[in-house]
Design a protein around this ligand. Structure first.
Ligand code: PEP
Ligand code: MG
Length: 907
C-alpha cells in the first residue's frame, strides 16, 4: 500500500491537486489548486485533506501532529523560499492564514486564523518590510485577538457579557478620548498587544504562544475542531451535509489588503447572484482586511462603475459624493479592475458556472484567495442555467442538472400585489440583497425570531448586522432586514443561500437592541409591529402589504419544457378541490394521483349528514344519510373532474376512522344531539364506542368499506355519475377508483366487487358508460408482501408511503414528533423518514411491491402518493424502481418534474 498523501501544495502557477478533488481537498483547497494551475495569481500554500480531519477525530492531537509533522515542515520551507521570508524573522517574517474548507461551502460556520506568525520579533520584521509601524502593530493585535478567541477560546461568557478584547479596546479609546479604532496610535496598539496577552494569561492561565510553530499547530487543530462547533452542526443539519465529511485546512502565505492606500480587498460574482443577470459585480474596500467587507462595519464600494451608479441612486448619494467617497474599483484602480475582469471571465469559462471570488490587492498587486460556484437564489439559478445553455457554455442535460429541485420553491411563492404596493408607505430603502416578498412582525434578536417563528408567527428579523450565530433565527424568519452591510454581507449571502427575502444596509434604520425598537426618520417601531420587505427592490414598507401568486413564464417555462423532454415518469398532484387542481395543472401536473374524499365531508351540512350516518346503528339508517351525501359528493367530483378534464383522477374512497367526524367535547356533543334530534346521551355513547386505542391501526380504510359496503357504494356511484354528467357536456373525465389501506387480496376483491357492481348498475340506469379503473393504495406492509396476489384484482397501485413508513418503522405519524428531532440530532436517523423516503427499509417494500405486482400484471400502473412524491431524492428512487408517476401537493409539482428529469439524466 502506498503512503497516504495528507498534504497538497499549490502556488506559483503549479499545484498538486485540482478542482475535481473537492472530496479530499474541500471546495476551497481544490479550487485554489485549480486556479494556481490555470496561472491565476494565488498566494503559495498547502491544503491538509478532509481525511485528516476524520483521522484527527479518531486518533487525537498528538498522533495527528506526528503524522503531519514532516510534510508540513517541508511545505512551510517551500512557502518561506517562494516568498523570501522566515518564520519569526525580525527582518522578513513568514506570515500565514489558516482557513477551513469543506466539500461544500459553509460560509462563516467554521474558523479562520489570519496574520499567523506574528510575535515580538516578527512585528519588527513586518515594520522593516512595510515601513508601516501602525499597520504592523495593528496586524499583531488583530492576530492575538483572533487567536485568543478561535484557538484559545477566550470568548464572552454569556450573551450579556462583553467581549474581553473589545472591552480593552473600549477602555484604551476612552482613556485616549477617541472614538474610532483608526484614531488609535502605535503606542495605543502596543498597549493593546500587552493587555490582550495579559487578559489571556489572567483568564485562561496560559501564555499566548510566541513560537510560530506552536501558533500553526494550534490553528490547524482549531480549524479541524470547528467542524464540530454548534453552528457548523446546525448548518449541516439544515443543509443535509453529512457529519462524516470533515473539513480540509488551507494554509497560505498572508496577503494584506490593509497595507495602505494601494491595498484592498473584495468579493465578486461573475453574474448577479440575486437575479442571475449576466453582469460582473461585487464589492471592495481599500485599506481593509477581508472580514471588513463582510462584517458590514464600513460601507463597501461597488466594483463596476455601472453597479456603483446604481448603488448611489438607491442610497440617495449624489454623483459628486460617490466619486469622492465611494468610487468603483473600475474608476479608482483601473489596471487592477482590468486584470480582475479578465480573471473572472477566464474562471467562469473554465468552470462553466457562476463564480464567487475573493481577492486581495497588496501594494498594487492582485491576488485571488478563493473561487467557488456562487450561491444564488432560485430565480438566479434558473436564469443562469438557461442563459448558459443559450450561450452554448453548457448542454441541455447540464442545464437541467444545474437546478436544485427544492430551490424552485422560491419561485412559486407569492409576490407583492402591485396595487397594494402603490398604496403602501415606504419607510426606507436598502439594498436588494435577496429577492422575495416578506411580511411579518418585527423581532430584533435571533433567538426571539426562533421562539416566535416556531410558535407559528410570521416574523421579520431586524438587525444592525447579522453574524453566524443568528443562523437559526434567520432560518425561521420570513425576511431579514439589516441596517448595515452590503450585497456581500453575512446577511445577504446567507439569505440568498436560504432563498429568503433580505434587505441589507438600510442606513435609515436605527435599531436599539436594549429597547427592542427600530426608528426610521423619527418614527419608532416596536417588537411585534408589522412591516413588509421587498428583497427585489430593497424597499421596506410599513404594515402588511398584500401578495399574489407569481407569473411563471420565461426561463422557468423553458426549464419546465426541458424537464418534459427528459422525464420518463409523469407528475400528478394530490388535490381535493377544483382550486388546487387548477394550481397544479398550471404547474404542469398530468392528473390527480390522490383525491382524498374525507376532506369533502366537513363543510356545512355535509358533516351533519355524515354524523347522521355514523349515529345509525342499522344499515337502513346509514343508507338514508348517505343518500343526502350522494349529490354533494357528485357535485364535488364534477368540479374536480372538470378542472382535470382529459387527465386521470385517482379518487380514494373514505379512509379515516369515523371518530374523526364526531365531536369529542361535551358542549359540542350536546349541539350535535340537538341538531340531529337525538339525546346527548346517545351521541356520547356513539362517540365512546368509536374510540380506539390505536385508531391509525383500527377501523379505517377498506375496513370501513367492507364493514359498511353502503359507503363504498355511495362513493362509487357519485364518482361514476359525475363522470357521466360531464360526458353529456362533452367533457372527458378519467376516474380511477382507489381502495385505501388494503392488506390482503380478499379485502381488495370484496371492495372491487362492490365498486364494479355499483358502476354496472349506474351504466344500466344511464344507458351510457365510460372508461374507469379500480386499483389500490399499497400502504400496509402486507400489501407490499402479497402484491402479486393483490394485482390479480387491482389495475393500479399507488404507494401510500406515509402509512407504509408508519407501519414499517412502527413510528406513529401523529406522535413521532416527540422523538424524531432527538433521533436526528443523535444521528440515529439521517433524515425524517416521513419527509425523505427510507430507501433502505421502506424502499425495499416499494420495490418488491412494484415487481411482484408487475409479475402478475405487466401493465400495472404504479405510482406514489405519500408526501415523498414531492421530495427529490425519493422521486429519483421512484424512477429507479420503474414507477409510472409520482403525485405530490400542487406547489411541489415543478420540483417533482425537475427531480424526475434529473433522475433520467443521472441514471
Ligand atoms: C399515505 O398513507 O401515504 C397516504 C397518501 O394516505 P394518507 O396520508 O391520507 O394516509
Ligand atoms: Mg394512508
Amino acid at each position: 500500500m502506498g503512503k497516504t498523501k495528507r498534504v497538497y501544495s499549490f502556488g506559483n502557477k503549479k499545484a498538486e491537486g485540482n478542482s475535481k478533488m473537492k472530496n479530499l481537498l474541500g471546495g476551497k483547497g481544490a479550487n485554489l489548486a485549480e486556479m494556481s494551475s490555470l496561472g491565476v495569481p494565488v498566494p503559495p500554500g498547502f491544503t491538509i485533506t478532509t481525511d485528516v480531519c476524520t483521522e484527527y477525530n479518531e486518533l487525537g492531537k498528538d498522533k495527528i501532529v506526528d503524522l503531519l509533522k514532516k510534510d508540513i515542515e517541508k511545505e512551510i520551507k517551500k512557502i518561506e523560499e517562494e516568498t523570501n521570508t522566515k518564520f519569526g524573522s525580525n527582518e522578513s517574517p513568514c506570515l500565514l492564514s489558516v482557513r477551513s474548507g469543506a466539500r461544500v461551502s459553509m460560509p462563516g460556520m467554521m474558523d479562520t486564523v489570519l496574520n499567523l506568525g506574528l510575535n515580538d520579533d516578527a512585528v519588527e520584521g513586518l515594520i522593516k518590510k512595510t515601513n508601516n509601524e501602525r499597520f504592523a502593530w495593528d496586524s499583531y493585535r488583530r492576530f492575538i485577538q483572533m487567536y485568543g478567541d478561535v484557538v484559545m477560546g477566550l470568548k464572552p461568557e454569556s450573551k450579556e457579557d462583553v467581549d474581553p478584547f473589545e472591552e480593552i479596546i473600549e477602555k484604551v479609546k476612552e482613556d485616549r478620548g477617541v472614538e474610532k479604532d483608526i484614531e488609535l496610535t502605535v503606542d495605543d496598539l502596543k498597549t493593546l498587544v500587552k493587555e490582550f496577552k495579559a487578559v489571556i494569561k489572567k483568564r485562561l492561565g496560559q501564555e499566548f504562544p510566541t513560537d510560530p510553530w506552536d501558533q500553526l499547530w494550534g490553528s490547524i487543530l482549531a480549524v479541524f475542531d470547528s467542524w464540530n462547533n454548534d453552528r457548523a452542526k446546525y448548518y449541516r443539519q439544515i443543509n443535509k451535509i453529512p457529519e462524516e465529511w470533515g473539513t480540509a485546512v488551507n494554509v497560505m502565505a498572508m496577503v494584506f489588503g490593509n497595507m495602505g492606500e494601494n491595498s484592498g480587498t473584495g468579493v465578486a460574482f461573475t453574474r448577479d447572484a440575486a437575479t442571475g443577470e449576466n453582469v460582473f459585480n461585487g464589492e471592495y474596500l481599500m485599506n481593509a482586511q477581508g472580514e471588513d467587507v463582510v462584517a458590514g462595519i464600513r460601507t463597501p464600494q461597488e466594483i463596476t462603475k455601472e453597479g456603483s451608479k446604481k448603488w448611489a441612486k438607491l442610497q440617495g448619494v449624489s454623483e459628486e459624493e460617490r466619486l469622492k467617497n465611494y468610487p468603483s474599483l473600475e474608476e479608482s484602480q483601473p489596471h487592477i479592475y482590468k486584470e480582475l475582469y479578465e480573471i473572472q471571465e477566464k474562471l467562469e469559462k473554465h468552470y462553466k458556472d457562476m463564480q464567487d471570488l475573493e481577492f486581495t490587492i497588496q501594494e498594487d498587486k492582485l491576488w485571488l484567495l478563493q473561487t467557488r460556484n456562487g450561491k444564488r437564489t432560485g430565480a438566479a439559478m434558473v436564469k443562469i442555467s438557461m442563459d448558459m445553455l443559450q450561450e452554448g457554455l453548457i448542454d441541455e442535460k447540464t442545464a437541467v442538472l444545474r437546478n436544485e429541485p427544492n430551490k424552485l420553491d422560491e419561485l412559486l411563492h407569492p409576490v407583492f400585489d402591485p396595487k397594494g404596493l402603490k398604496e403602501a408607505t415606504t419607510l426606507a430603502k436598502g439594498l436588494p440583497a435577496s429577492p422575495g416578498a416578506a411580511t411579518g412582525q418585527l423581532v430584533f434578536f435571533a433567538d426571539d425570531a426562533e421562539e416566535q417563528g416556531e410558535a407559528g408567527k410570521n416574523v421579520i428579523l431586524a438587525r444592525i448586522e447579522t453574524s453566524p450565530e443568528d443562523l437559526k433565527g434567520m432560518n425561521v424568519a420570513k425576511g431579514i432586514l439589516t441596517a448595515r452591510g452590503g450585497m456581500t454581507s453575512h446577511a445577504a449571502v446567507v439569505a440568498r443561500g436560504m432563498g429568503k427575502c433580505c434587505v441589507s444596509g438600510a442606513g435609515a434604520v436605527k435599531i436599539d437592541y436594549r429597547k427592542k425598537t427600530m426608528t426610521i426618520e423619527g418614527k419608532t417601531f416596536n417588537e411585534g409591529d408589522w412591516i413588509s420587505l421587498n428583497g427585489s427592490t430593497g424597499e421596506v414598507y410599513e404594515g402588511k402589504v398584500p401578495t399574489h401568486d407569481p407569473e411563471l413564464s420565461g426561463n422557468f417555462g423553458k426549464l419546465m419544457e426541458l424537464t418534459e423532454k427528459y422525464a420518463e415518469m409523469a407528475v400528478r398532484t394530490n388535490a381535493d378541490s377544483p382550486k388546487d387542481s387548477n394550481v397544479a395543472r398550471k404547474f404542469g401536473a398530468r392528473g390527480i394521483g390522490l383525491c382524498r374524499t374525507e376532506h369533502m365531508f366537513f363543510e356545512g351540512d355535509r358533516i351533519k349528514a355524515m354524523r347522521e350516518m355514523i349515529l345509525s346503528t342499522k344499515e337502513e339508517g346509514r343508507r338514508k344519510a348517505l343518500k343526502k351525501l350522494l349529490p354533494i359528493q357528485r357535485e364535488d367530483f364534477e368540479g374536480i373532474f372538470e378542472a382535470m378534464h382529459d387527465l386521470p383522477v385517482t379518487v380514494r374512497l373514505l379512509d379515516p376512522p369515523l371518530h374523526e367526524f364526531v365531536p369529542h367535547e361535551e358542549k359540542n356533543q350536546e349541539e350535535m344531539a340537538k341538531e340531529l334530534g337525538v339525546s346527548a346521551e346517545e351521541v356520547k355513547k356513539t362517540v365512546e364506542s368509536l374510540s380506539e386505542m390505536n385508531p391509525m391501526l383500527g377501523h379505517r380504510g377498506c375496513r370501513l368499506g367492507n364493514t359498511y359496503p353502503e359507503i363504498t357504494e355511495m362513493q362509487a356511484r357519485a364518482i361514476i355519475e359525475a363522470a357521466l354528467n360531464l360526458k353529456e357536456k362533452g367533457i372527458t373525465a378519467k376516474p380511477e377508483i382507489m381502495i385505501p389501506l388494503t392488506g390482503s387480496v380478499e379485502e381488495m376483491k370484496m371492495q372491487e366487487k362492490i365498486v364494479r357492481d355499483t358502476v354496472e348498475t349506474v351504466f344500466q340506469e344511464r344507458n351510457d358508460k365510460i372508461d374507469y379503473l379500480v386499483g389500490t393504495m399499497i400502504e400496509v406492509p402486507r400489501a407490499a408482501l402479497t402484491a402479486d396476489k393483490i394485482a390479480e384484482s387491482a389495475e393500479f397501485f399507488s404507494f401510500g408511503t406515509n402509512d407504509l413508513t408508519q407501519m414499517t418503522f412502527g413510528y406513529s405519524r401523529d406522535d413521532a414528533g416527540k422523538f424524531l428531532p432527538i433521533y436526528l440530532n443523535k444521528g440515529i436517523l439521517k433524515n425524517d423518514p416521513f419527509q425523505v423516503l427510507d430507501q433502505e427499509g421502506v424502499g425495499q417494500l416499494v420495490e418488491m411491491g412494484t415487481n411482484k405486482g408487475r409479475n402478475t400484471n405487466k401493465n400495472l400502473k404504479v405510482g406514489i402518493c405519500g408526501e415523498h412524491g414531492g421530495e427529490p431524492s425519493s422521486v429519483e428512487f421512484c424512477h429507479k424502481v420503474g414507477m409510472n408517476y409520482v403525485s405530490c401537493s400542487p406547489y411541489r409539482v415543478p420540483i417533482a418534474r425537475l427531480a424526475a428529469a434529473q433522475a433520467v439524466i443521472k441514471g
